[in-house]
Design a protein around this ligand. Structure first.
Ligand code: SAH
Length: 351
């Protein structure tokens, strides 16, 4: 696929033409990563955060949020649960916080590895290289850090307290790959200020760096955040008629195109998409390129406090119900639940 075609597809409105895009994405997914849907159990370790990302409901400047940090025992219980549910991976995600020290997290990683043998993915924001190395050594396998947008100006506007530029963030991802992590990135679709050209460039950038995992979800406005207020209005006006909408259709186009430009990558059907379109978001993601789902294992009383956006799908469900529903959904689509860690094909190729 050529760079120019991405933009053309993003702007396509003809339903019969779009059927062709969906078919190509689904065929490519089948040919390159097969019918397995890998389940990665998500543990939202802490909602504490020192950053002020303009879109995020748990950023440091969201004053009303009650903050928590799960205990080591609580995290280990969730990991045991992931193992008991038959998942191949646990994902530990949190705000960027010094409350999660390098040493404490390394101890937890070691213990999860020893008890469960599961693959471990981290999504803990920008961290020191020494910490990343220690976590890799302790047994972590993957790191997720979305670059959020390739527009350098927009990146700075929505990340007022991050120390670097988007190039710095991509350099960090490359550093993580050097250390030995599988790396994952991604963007939100339809953030104020995102133009069609920017989104096309975002997708092209996934390909440039041959990312192992790519998460794409719609931007969901979080009440009280700058991006849901004046900043968002200003950025939307600036983008004018080039502003990308944060709707399911555009998200699915971005997802399908990502599958076409990165055929072997692991792509989740995101919770954000399931939140925006509770009826069919999750299934449509799986039908249009995705091969991963991340069921939420966070205990419900913490889950309600980890609202990066409001009304997250499955907010009040028990883990058992979430998992049963997802399994049924996968099977109803004629797909199979993946066994084992679901390692990135790029990584397997190196082994
Ligand atoms: N602190 C970690 C984890 C962030 S949450 C980090 O910074 O990497 C994971 C992802 O959720 C973010 O990278 C962002 O792309 C997405 N997200 C945050 N706020 C959102 C919102 N309002 N709508 C949709 N997605 C959002």
């Amino acid at each position: 696929m050529e760079r120019a075609e991405i933009l053309e597809w993003l702007l396509e409105t003809d339903e019969s033409r779009l059927e062709e895009l969906w078919r190509k994405a689904d065929e490519t997914r089948q040919d390159c990563v097969g019918s397995d849907v890998h389940l990665r159990g998500l543990i939202e370790v802490s909602n504490r955060c020192v950053r002020e990302c303009a879109y995020c409901g748990i950023s440091a400047c969201a004053p009303k949020v009650e903050r928590y940090l799960m205990s080591r025992e609580e995290i280990l219980d969730c990991a045991d649960r992931a193992k008991a549910c038959g998942f191949g991976t646990v994902v530990m995600q949190a705000g960027e916080t010094p409350a999660i020290t390098g040493e404490w997290m390394a101890g937890i990683i070691r213990e999860i590895k020893a008890r469960t043998g599961l693959a471990i993915t981290l999504s803990l924001g920008e961290r020191e290289e020494s910490e990343l190395r220690a976590w890799k050594e302790a047994g972590a396998d993957r790191y997720l850090l979305r670059f959020e947008t390739t527009d350098p100006e927009l990146y700075l506007e929505i990340h007022p307290s991050l120390p670097g530029t988007v190039s710095d963030r991509i350099a960090q991802l490359m550093g993580m790959r050097e250390i030995g992590f599988e790396i994952g990135t991604g963007v939100m679709v339809g953030i104020p200020g995102q133009t069609w050209e920017t989104l096309a460039q975002d997708i092209w950038t996934f390909r440039d760096y041959d990312m192992d995992m790519i998460g794409i979800g719609p931007y969901l406005p979080s009440p009280g955040t700058p991006l849901d207020g004046e900043l968002g209005q200003r950025l939307t006006i600036r983008a004018g008629d080039q502003q990308v909408p944060n709707d399911p259709l555009t998200t699915l186009k971005a997802l399908a195109l990502t599958r076409l430009v990165c055929p072997r990558t692991n792509i989740p059907s995101t919770t954000a998409l399931a939140t925006l379109d509770p009826g069919s978001g999750r299934a449509n993601g799986l039908l249009r390129g995705a091969n991963v789902i991340m069921p939420n294992l966070t205990p419900p009383h913490y889950r309600v406090l980890y609202q990066i956006y409001p009304g997250k799908a499955g907010l009040h469900e028990t883990v058992d119900i979430t998992v049963a529903r997802i399994r049924t959904q996968i099977e109803a689509l004629g797909r199979t639940v993946g066994q084992g860690p679901g390692t990135s094909p790029r990584m397997k190729g190196q082994a």
